[in-house]
Structure formats: C-alpha cells, structure tokens
Design a protein around this ligand. Structure first.
Ligand code: TYM
Length: 342
C-alpha cells in the first residue's frame, strides 16, 4: 500500500493555512493509506528556538494533530528528533544533493533575506532533511500546501541521484533498482495556498507581523469574527462563476477558505452566494469558521491538560516509526558502504 508522510514545524500555533492546506488532507488520507505524521522539531531549530517554548510547542502541535482528526492509533504520530534515522539519512543526503540545487530554493532565500552570511547552515540544508524524512520510510505520497512544492521536487531529485549514484551497489545487494521511490506531492483542494486576510497576494503565514492577517486555530469566536469582518476585499458582490474572481485576490481567498471549511468547491460556494455582497458573505464565513475551529481548540485544551499522556503517545509513535525507518537506514548504510560492525 502507498505510504503517506507529512510534517509541520512546532514553531508556532497552527493557522488556518496549515489546517486547510495540509491537515484536512492528512485526515482524509488515513481512510486509504498508511500514514505517518511527524512533528518536525529538528527543522524548527534551523532558526533559534527557546528550549522551554520548543518543548511546549511540540506537545501543542501533537495535540493539534489529534484534535484536528489524526487518529494516533491508525496513523503514526511522533516527533522527528526521537527517531535518529532522520538525521542519519539527512547527512547522507547532504553528500548527495548539490549546492546548486539548494541555491535555487526560494524558501531559503525568503527566510535568509539579506542576512545570508548570518543564518544557520542548517537552514540551507533544511530541504535535505525534509527529503530524508520522507524517504527513510520510502513514503510515496506527501500531502502539503502549495509552498512545499519546490522542496518536494528536490526530494525527487535526491532520490533519483541516490538511485543512480549507487546503482551498482544497489543491484549487488539485491535491492530493487528504484531503491528510493520518487515521492509525489499531494497538493489538492480549494485551499492549497491560503492567503493573508490583509493582502490577498501574500501567503497566510506565521511570520506576518499582523495577527489580523491570519486566523489561528486557537482564536476564539470574537477574534475570528473580527478578523473576517476586517479582511480586505472589494466593494463588488460575489460573482456566480469562477471566472469572475480573476483579479480579485481578497475575494477569491475568502471563497476558497469557505469552500475548504465546508468541504465543497469554490464553484459550489459561488453557486450559493453569487450576487450577494460581503456584508452577507463575511458573517456566514465567520460562523462556519467558528463552527469548524471551536471544537478543535476545545479538544486541544483538553489534551494539553495531560502532557504526560501526550508524551506517552509520542513515545509509542516513535517506536512504531523506528520499526520502519531503522531497517531502511541499515539498507542505506550497506548500499553506501558504511560498515555496520556486529
Ligand atoms: P510548515 O510547518 O511551514 O507548514 C505545515 C504545512 O502547512 C502548509 N501551509 C499552507 N498551506 C496553504 N496555505 C498556506 N498559507 C500555508 N502555510 C503553510 C505547508 O505547505 C505545510 O504542508 N517543510 C515543512 C515541514 C516538513 C515536511 C517534511 C512536510 C518537514 N519535513 C516532510 C512534508 C514532508 C514546513 O515547513 O511546513
């Protein structure tokens, strides 16, 4: 069966982009696939994190996964640093990926900004660790938002180069020619790129200084209603066809959010609201958001009241993850010629 892998960084509380762009698909894919969902704490420290906060953010994100609908029995939930094979394979990939490939990563350029000389080297090789996350399980399907597409292409290039560079050794050990499968990004639904509520041309992001730009998963009903009311749109009523949303980034974003929250398509939303103004649409959107998000926030709070239970759950998940990753890492060592004395 196809194996699914995805992850989020425990650097912040979740926002609506994370939830609608990725997690909604994670939950769905549990029905049809074996899924592994990781709290990527090693990725988080590519930018400095306060240790106390990091620890509590790891637990909080774990609670968000479960409250959002990831079933810890059916799927594997764990934190990245608890399974050493991620970092081990990432090192091998640091020796496979080329400087030129990483130099082209737009997310690195954005995060490093003008201060390129002064960011951690981990931030530069971040995508190699991400490739290792996926390939150490030979995962084939990776549900993410649009912004991770380039990183997924890099993971495919790494898999392919590894398979080529070590083709002879792979064959000599009797392993399949496609030692690492080429992972497929799974970017789908009406909200693969949720935009800022303040500026429909910018991505909704944790790093936006304005809290009015995003809806956080833990926002209360008042905050959600206020943020939606203040969302930047235009004075025209909603069109009844998708075509009519062109050049109307703010309007298109809200329609996409509504569709994703309602589990339907943008077309269906326009069929219902076409011809109506934002004075009618925004309160409907706010009500829908509150109805969907409030139970998740409540469940998160309930889970976080017992951190020991969350830790126990992460420990079980890490055991299950190691049982898959360690034998694959052993194969990698054999293929590369890294002696495993025993
Ligand atoms: P992160 O933590 O930045 O984001 C988590 C997920 O949320 C999606 N996302 C969005 N989707 C739609 N609209 C938005 N505005 C929006 N903002 C964020 C992201 O695409 C992502 O799916 N590098 C990854 C974490 C990672 C990973 C992996 C993912 C590490 N290893 C292996 C998949 C497979 C990241 O920083 O996500």
């Amino acid at each position: 069966p196809h194996r699914v892998f995805s992850g989020m960084q425990p650097t912040h509380s979740l926002h609506l982009g994370n939830y609608l762009g990725a997690m909604v698909n994670w939950v769905k894919m549990q029905e049809t696939h074996d899924c592994i969902y990781c709290v990527v704490d090693l990725h988080a420290i590519t930018l400095w994190q306060d240790p106390k906060e990091l620890r509590s953010n790891i637990r909080e994100l774990t609670a968000a996964y479960i409250a959002g609908g990831v079933d810890p029995e059916r799927s594997i939930i764990f934190n990245q640093s608890a399974v050493a094979a991620h970092a081990e394979l990432a090192w091998v990939f640091n020796c496979v990926a080329r400087m030129g490939w990483l130099n082209r990563m737009t997310q690195f350029k954005e995060k490093a900004g003008k201060d390129r000389e002064n960011v951690s080297t981990g931030l530069f090789v971040y995508p190699n660790l991400m490739a290792a996350d996926i390939l150490v399980y030979r995962a084939t399907h990776v549900p993410v938002g649009e912004d991770q597409k380039q990183h997924l292409e890099l993971a495919r290039n790494i898999a392919q180069k590894f398979n080529n560079d070590f083709a002879e050794s792979i064959a000599a050990h009797g392993f399949a020619e496609e030692f690492f499968p080429l992972p497929e990004p799974f970017i789908t639904g009406p909200a693969t790129r949720v935009m800022s509520l303040r500026d429909g041309t910018k991505k909704m992001s944790k790093s936006d200084p304005s809290d009015y730009s995003r809806i956080n998963m833990t926002d209360d009903a008042d905050a959600i209603a206020q943020k939606v009311r203040k969302a930047r749109t235009d004075p025209e009523p909603l069109p009844s066809e998708l075509e009519g949303l062109k050049e109307r980034a703010g309007a298109e974003n809200l329609v996409g959010i509504y569709a994703a929250l309602a589990g339907t398509s943008k077309e269906a939303v326009l069929a219902e609201y076409g011809g109506q103004g934002f004075a009618a649409f925004k309160p409907a959107l706010a009500d829908l958001a509150v109805a969907r998000l409030a139970p998740i926030a409540d469940e998160m709070r309930r889970l976080l009241a017992d951190p020991a239970e969350i830790d126990a759950l992460l420990a079980r998940g890490a055991d299950r993850a190691r049982a898959i990753a360690d034998p694959i890492m052993d194969e990698v060592k054999d293929v590369v010629g890294l002696l495993r004395p025993h």
